[in-house]
Structure formats: structure tokens, C-alpha cells
Design a protein around this ligand. Structure first.
Ligand SMILES: C[S@@+](CC[C@H](N)C(=O)[O-])C[C@H]1O[C@@H](n2cnc3c(N)ncnc32)[C@H](O)[C@@H]1O
Length: 247
């Protein structure tokens, strides 16, 4: 049993228990994400790094675009396979930082802050370098990340945030941030009459500027950056960054 956050790994969040609840509360941005990606994919194929339960890949594939995927979590991929169309996707079980596939793609994408699941700068750069070697001529790498402004404003690198409040249940987001490693140890704590449930997660945050340097190391450059999937202009106050890289 894992008791110390230091022993906790990003993949621990996507075990049977994590996969069981993953689709319970959809993020709500699926339609706009799929429209954005479909416009870039052209005829495809597209590759989703960290495909998970197919939240984005399945509706994108439903538009007639071939979508391949990479993931390390058997329980997450099992959920994808059980959904309509899920059995048809080609999914490689492996570390997405390795981009362990053959061939090239006009579109590779990595959404929902998941590049943060790589806990070192080296692994995050390795991901960019491997993506670059699998992009076809004119191809794009789309990365969605939150902008960690709130972390730089923390007192003592810690916070407790009221994430959801209802009469029956309260969810707190509790975090501790190390500015040296840029790692955030975090837990979503659900309090209700049924008791207390903990959903820990560990990540390494990246500012958009660091992302851009990682891309440059990989021989890519920023082509577009938006504050969301509906192409809201990116500004100093933006909380979300949708970055499009290419050669
Ligand atoms: C937040 S979920 C995102 C899933 C999907 N992209 C979505 O938007 O719903 C993160 C996914 O990344 C996968 N993952 C995390 N680290 C990984 C790694 N190093 N290699 C492969 N998959 C990884 C997890 O198994 C999980 O399915």
C-alpha cells in the first residue's frame, strides 16, 4: 500500500479505481476539442498520446478520421475498448514519452494537462523529441496545458481549494508545490456522509514558455496558441493554453 506521496507515481491515479470513476464527470469541452483537432487532422491519421478511455479519440474517430493511441493503463484502455468503436482503434501500450509507434502522422495531440504526468524536464523534452520524429511534413503537435499562475501565488507552496460544494458532498483540492522541481503533490478530497475519499495525483507543471523551449529543442516552433478549444485569444490572464507546434 502506498502511504507517502514520494512513493506515489502518476500511473497510480489510473489504476482500476481511477479508471472506474474517470468518465463520471466529463470535462464538457469534448465537442470543441474534437472540432479543433479534426480541422488540423485533415484526412488523418491522428495519434493521441495518453488516449485514456477515449474521451476525445472516439468522437474524433467517429468523424471518419483514423485515430491511433498510446497509453500505459490497462484499466483505462479496457474502458475505451468497451465503448462503441473502441475495439477498432490501434492502441500501443507503452510510455507516451517514447512515442512507441511506427510511421508518421499529420496530427499528434496530448490534451488535458497530461504532459504534466511526466515528472522530469528530461522526460518532457524526450516526449517532444520523439513526437517530432513521428510528425509528417507539415504535421502538428497539439498540447493542452493549464497555466500554473495560481501556483506562483501560493503562500508556503500549499493550498486548499473549495472545488465543489453541495449540500451532500464537498470536494477540496489540496496541493503542495515544490518550485525547484516544479512538482505538485495533490489530492482531491471528497467529504460526504459516506465518509472521506482521496484521489491523489502527482504532476510536473510547465509554463507555456518552457513548453516552447522544449519544442525548440525538438526542432519545432510554436505556430498558434489559444486560451481554449474555441480559439479564445491567449492573454496574460489565460488559465488554459492550447499550443500548436510544427516545423
Ligand atoms: C488525465 S488522463 C487523459 C486521458 C485522455 N487523453 C482524456 O483527455 O480524457 C491521463 C492518461 O494518461 C495516461 N498516462 C499517464 N502517464 C503516462 C505515460 N507516461 N505513458 C502512457 N500513458 C500515460 C494515463 O494512463 C491516463 O489514461
Amino acid at each position: 500500500m502506498v502511504s507517502d506521496m514520494k512513493d506515489y507515481k502518476p500511473m497510480d491515479s489510473f489504476d482500476e479505481d481511477g479508471a472506474a470513476i474517470y468518465d463520471d464527470e466529463p470535462r464538457g469541452d469534448e465537442t470543441s476539442t474534437v472540432s479543433f483537432l479534426a480541422a488540423l487532422a485533415g484526412g488523418g491519421p491522428a495519434l493521441e498520446l495518453a488516449i485514456g478511455t477515449g474521451r476525445i479519440a472516439l468522437p474524433l474517430a467517429a468523424q471518419g478520421i483514423r485515430v491511433d493511441g498510446v497509453d500505459l493503463s490497462e484499466p483505462m484502455v479496457k474502458k475505451l475498448r468497451a465503448k462503441p468503436g473502441g475495439e477498432r482503434l490501434s492502441i500501443t501500450m507503452g510510455d507516451f514519452a517514447d512515442v512507441p509507434v511506427d510511421g508518421t502522422y499529420p496530427l499528434i495531440y496530448l490534451v488535458y494537462n497530461t504532459i504534466f504526468n511526466l515528472l522530469t524536464q528530461d522526460d518532457q523534452v524526450r516526449c517532444f523529441v520523439n513526437v517530432a520524429s513521428h510528425l509528417s511534413e507539415g504535421g502538428c503537435f497539439v498540447v493542452e496545458t493549464l497555466v500554473p499562475t495560481y501556483l506562483s501565488q501560493l503562500r508556503d507552496g500549499q493550498y486548499v481549494d473549495a472545488e465543489q460544494i453541495s449540500t451532500r458532498e464537498v470536494t477540496l483540492d489540496v496541493g503542495r508545490y515544490d518550485p525547484l522541481t516544479q512538482q505538485l503533490e495533490e489530492s482531491h478530497v471528497v467529504l460526504s456522509a459516506q465518509g472521506v475519499r482521496l484521489y491523489p495525483i502527482v504532476t510536473r507543471y510547465i509554463w507555456p514558455s518552457e513548453l516552447d523551449l522544449m519544442a525548440r529543442i525538438a526542432g519545432l516552433r510554436l505556430k498558434e496558441r489559444w486560451a481554449g478549444w474555441d480559439k479564445q485569444p491567449f492573454a496574460s490572464s489565460s488559465r488554459n493554453a492550447v499550443s500548436v507546434y510544427g516545423r
